[in-house]
Design a protein around this ligand. Sequence first.
Ligand code: GLA
Length: 733
Amino acid sequence: MPITIDEGRRLFTITTDHATYQLGVHPLGFLMHYYYGPRTDGTDFSYLPQYRDRGLSPQPADAHDDRTVSCDAMPLEYPCQGSGDFRTVCLRVRRPVEGQDAWGCDLRYAGHRLLDQAPCPDGLPVMARPAGSGRTLQITLRDQEAGVEAVLYYTAYESCDVIARQAVIRNIGADGLTVVKAASAGLDLYQPQPWDALTLYGRWAGERNVQRQRLGHGTFAIGSTRGASSAQHNPFIAVCEPDAGEDHGCCYGLLLVYSGGFSIQAQRDQFDQTRLTMGMDDEGLAAVLAPGGSLTTPQAMLVFSAAGLGAMSRRLHDAIRGFLLPKAPALRPVLLNSWEACYFDIDEKRILTLARQAADLGMDMLVMDDGWFGHRDDDRSSLGDWTADRRKFPDGLSGLSAKIKAMGLKFGLWLEPEMVSMDSDLYRAHPEWVLAVPGRAPHSARDQYVLDMTNPEVAAYLWEKLSRLLAEDGIDYVKWDMNRNITEAWSNTPGRHGALLHDYIKAVYALLQRLTAAFPAVLFEGCAAGGGRFDAGMLACVPQIWCSDDTDPIERLAIQYGTSLAYPACVMTCHVSVSPNHQTGRSTPLTTRGIVAMAGVLGYELDPAALTDRQKDEIRAQVARYRDIAPLMMEGDLYRLTPGPDETELVGWMHVAKDRRRAVVSAVATAVHANAPTAYIRLAGLDPDTMYAIEGRPQPLSGQALMAGGLPLGEVRGDYPAWQLMLTAAGED
Ligand code: GLA
């Protein structure tokens, strides 16, 4: 059993394949964190925290002046404001006293149970239930006097070393209770060793760059107050030993299963203890709970690896693929997207020309991006009016899709359902449907407003429009975009203000889940001005997300490298676009563009009419190659072979099939020099005792040789050369 309970000592131990997590109850009822680290069976780690006289830290009254007891110094599972803990906490509540808000509570252990799974997702995406019973530990903490209860859930996913945590905050009798912070998880790394934090920061067209820094005294915080997980910070943090690298060192990975705003804090305290908290954005939170009411936090995935960042990533990848993603084939359709080919300049003739070329190049699907509806000739109008523009498409969408299907292709469509343009029939009919402060015009961004997704009339309108499109117009794929953030957390729906941003994203999930359930054959792709909502919450609803609007392959090296820290290849969509690149003006070889895009779900986003015959042949070969290697790359293990592009001029990675019989090695040189050193790359993840045939090389080599000595790639010449080599175990085809 992955969860064992020592009732006598009130000790709870969660064991996964390579890790152990232990918590227990202090004699005064505080829920203590004892241990999270390499797997050790049968150890009682309650000996680890040291209770010392911390006379200047506060003691609770029931400690009767025992100065060794202070929440300000002890490692705790779910610390709360008001318990004498001056550090960053997991829970902050307010309750009305004499017409004003008083704060604070003091949570103590009140009971535990073993469950088959966390019982209450409350409209939030969560990982699927693991096999076997009794995989979830529920611990209830209570402050009867304050009328608040925190119910904590821990679910063990043994094979991928993940512990999923979630908390439910309940009003158990307060006249009113306002939750202003409720983390999904806290983790006290209380031994005074130094830690590095790795986070993924960015901007539009430059998402998920890796930042690594030592955690000093004070609080390091990232988050999003935008109502979306954001391009600026991803809801992920890795905390690792300062010398940890790809294949060595202890690392903790925390990933939030949530697409709204979030908050992650890492605080090093006066005793050199490091506390991590992760949860939904609390700057935009004041959730009012009536007596009996509750607030469920998003799920947080915690993973531990004693074998470096590479193993941490692979375990997260397994967890996402195994327990989070909706079902989707490993080989997704290779598509041609109209955006960078035509932008808004589309009509039936142009789209059919693109479709014919996509078919000629061996692709599977034509995706019509923005510009097909209302009178949308640029980005200033028509969002919300999800009806084909008859000027451009005289036979409507169904006529167009029938013609595309007759070419043997699938047909995909771009939508941005959460938004409305100021210039649209929908906004003219329902100005009250947008998020806006009464009496004041809301902020616009890209000339659009945000629909109040919590308003049932909005949800009903969108369901009606979108389900009709999907039912009648032969659509095989939807790119669900979201191009701006929320500035006004004001709803016309009564009683919806304090947790509006949270309710908003839950309403998005509800609509997406309803549509994906009703149309299981349609492939949904997430998008938010590129990768502005690239998170595990979305990945519970859609199996793939557009990585970034930056399609420059050299820029993509950094974006995809950072993304791979937490997310597997099969969720990152990557397109080959034209050279020179539209975002950067840089020229790169088609081969390099193909190899970089094949690190995820491959697609194309260019005008084939501008290609030479040789380039067309190369694209046909890329598509065929991708079909061959995609299952391996999407389902296998990722090994990052080099540091990220900021630190090296040769970026390499490889995907290894789970049975280690096949592997694909990829590398890109980002700089060239005269009379330069030979490029080598050392491989990883192979079976040392297997002989591998290497594509294009006469001599087979053992896994051991390839991992110890590596592989010479040869001379680096020309602009951004790239290599992709297939390795096949002797005896395989
Ligand atoms: C966003 C997306 C792009 C494209 C445009 C269309 O920016 O990320 O891929 O779909 O919108 O307006």
